[in-house]
Design a protein around this ligand. Structure first.
Ligand code: ARG
Length: 600
């Protein structure tokens, strides 16, 4: 299904070609002057320069050729050689009808060649508290997963669970010291208790205490290091205890992410890459990539001459390789964060064979991914360009520092959702929304409004910028917010319910009023918005479209009575348009990971 901009681009391209001009110059864009035209092409300006011709004359000749196209109501040359295109109402109506009939994709085009894509997002860790980086990653990653799937790719969302680091050794020692590790601490082969000796609350309490203690108590830290190494080496009791902590933590996280409407196809952990380690090390050795460096083993990833000034611990400045070498095996013999990431690429290659892996991770990890990707390309684990780090900015508190819930404490997803839901309840009551609904439904609406507010606030900003957490603003029913969009969607649902009660039925689309034309053009633009969001990996382009659509509908609804339309044919057309808007709006919201209630 092709959008009007593309269709017109082809028509203008053909007219350019007929004038002996490269058709590729005939780019068509939405008009800067919607009062005069729907689309425009500035191609004659660039073409004239290349041909050393007069741009206005060239534009006039192209325009003459386009005048025979019955999809166009007018073709005019303006200024130095812009071509202004206004669509015939019939062509616009036909496209709107096409969008209305496309329940599956609401008029959006699909990718020409579907790919296999892994999206690595959220990246929570066993027991370690989450921070805003994990929250933003979850929201952005979930949206990209839905968008890629929507456009036709086969997608695996992977939580890439952090279950293999030093925190596991810390926990093992802490559980033992608390006397909860009975049955797991002996060196033998078991059997081991089938029940977890710790709850989620235990883990949440034990981890921060252990992490703090390790900072001061060297003996404790050494024991934790040793436990980490023994766990990774396969000590059975530690493995059994690890499995319990892993599972307890994972089911807690799944519940919390579920409440936020974030789900994963894979909960693979860093630990899952462990079995691939020997093979990977052997490969890196035989290819000569793994080299000794001051007792550690590294892969050099900078190309010759790629250096940067770096400050050393003693304050001196040296010219050093940039990016720095990837540390594969530390001088203590353990695998590092980058080692697991590299092995995970190998693992995914074997299990899935993806064409593309997207890593939705905090911008601060940019160098880490640069190192890992280069090592993977060198090792032949992925083809150049098949690995992409999608960094993002921070969600800050009013103090300009990364946002925290609870006075000075860490971010707890559960607290955040509760706080937002409480706020949503109040806002709904103030606005007298949902007042007569049963309590359970009201609660469900409040939860949906809360999630919409949080997600839309995040996804209405470009991924790469930072923004300030301001719950009152996010939660407003006015302006560019999630709740505003839900409210608009619900308003259309109620209009359609009333229409059904009156026995009114949707009919053939006709457009004529400026507000109807604008609505049809907006419906058409969804295809381009999803394609751009996909190409740039920028969900905010979908947020922008959703907002534009809601506003266009609002104007239409004010200017063009639907149930009170002057005749049955107009009523039928406006009902079809309303239904198409609802479908597309709900679809756009779904791509942002947002659910719409039936009423409020
Ligand atoms: N667990 C990591 C952290 O908390 C994030 C993981 C990101 N994904 C990855 N493949 N490294 O920082």
């Amino acid at each position: 299904m092709t959008d009007l901009r593309t269709v017109l681009g082809e028509a203008v391209g053909a007219a350019f070609a007929a004038e002996g001009v490269d058709a590729a110059l005939a780019r068509v864009t939405p008009s800067d002057r919607p009062d005069l035209a729907d689309f425009q092409s500035n191609g004659a300006l660039a073409a004239a320069k290349a041909l050393k011709a007069n741009p206005r004359e060239l534009a006039t000749r192209v325009a003459e050729r386009l005048k025979g196209d019955d999809r166009l109501a007018s073709v005019e040359v303006a200024g130095p050689g812009f071509i202004n295109l206004k669509l015939a109402d019939g062509a616009l109506a036909q496209r709107a009808a096409e969008v209305a009939a496309d329940h599956e994709h609401a008029g959006a085009s699909l990718v020409a060649e579907p790919r296999k894509v892994v999206i690595d997002y959220a990246g929570p860790n066993v027991a370690k508290p989450m921070h805003v980086g994990h929250l933003r990653s979850s929201i952005i990653g979930e949206s990209l997963k839905r968008l890629f799937r929507f456009r036709g790719d086969t997608v695996w969302g992977d939580a890439h669970f952090g279950d293999w680091g030093f925190q596991m050794g810390l926990l093992i020692v802490a559980v033992g010291d608390e006397g909860k590790g009975d049955g797991f601490m002996a060196e033998g082969d078991g059997p081991f208790p089938a029940e977890s000796p710790v709850t989620l609350e235990d883990l949440e309490r034990l981890y921060p205490a252990a992490a703090a203690r390790a900072k001061e108590d060297t003996d404790f830290r050494d024991r934790a290091r040793k436990a980490t190494a023994e766990l990774q080496a396969g000590r059975p009791g530690y493995r059994a205890l690890w499995r319990h902590m892993h599972d307890v933590s994972m089911s807690g996280l799944q519940r919390e992410f579920g409440a936020l409407g974030v789900t994963f196809d894979l909960w693979n952990g860093e630990s899952d890459a462990d079995p691939l380690m020997p093979e990977m090390i052997a490969h890196l050795e035989t290819t000569g990539l793994l080299v000794e460096d001051a007792g550690a083993r590294v892969v050099h990833v900078a190309r010759p001459g790629e250096t940067r000034k770096r400050k050393l611990a003693d304050g001196s400045v040296v010219e050093a390789a940039s990016p720095p070498p990837l540390l594969v095996i530390s001088s203590e013999g353990s695998a590092m964060y980058g080692t697991t990431d590299l092995a995970t690429i190998l693992d995914r290659r074997k299990a899935i064979g993806p064409d593309l892996i997207l890593y939705v991770v905090d911008e601060r990890q940019a160098e880490h991914f640069e190192q890992v990707f280069r090592a993977a390309y060198l090792a032949g684990y992925a083809s150049e360009g098949a690995l992409e780090h999608l960094g993002f900015g921070t969600m800050n508190g009013p103090d300009g520092k990364p946002f925290k819930t609870r006075a000075g404490g860490v971010l707890k997803l559960h607290d955040l959702i509760t706080m937002a839901t409480d706020n949503a309840r109040e806002r709904l009551r103030e606005a007298k929304l949902g007042a007569d609904l049963p309590e359970a439904e009201f609660d469900d609406i409040a939860r949906k409004v809360a999630v919409a507010a949080l997600k839309f606030a995040d996804l209405s900003n470009s991924r790469t910028t930072s923004y300030v957490f301001d719950l009152d603003r996010f939660m407003s029913f006015e302006g560019k917010t999630g709740p505003y969009l839900l409210y608009q969607a619900v308003r259309i649902k109620s209009l359609l319910r009333r229409a059904a009660e009156q026995g009114a039925t949707a009919g053939a689309v006709a457009v004529g009023e400026p507000a109807e034309r604008d609505l049809a053009l907006t419906l058409d633009a969804f295809s381009q918005a999803t394609a751009d969001a996909y190409d740039k990996r920028m969900p905010h382009l979908i947020s922008e479209h959703a907002y534009r659509l809601a506003q266009s509908f609002s104007k239409f609804y004010a200017a063009c009575p639907v149930l009170g339309a002057p005749d049955e044919a107009t009523k039928g057309s406006r009902l079809t348009l309303s239904k198409a808007v609802l479908d597309q709006l709900e679809r756009a919201l779904d791509l942002l990971g947002i659910d719409t209630p039936e009423r409020m």
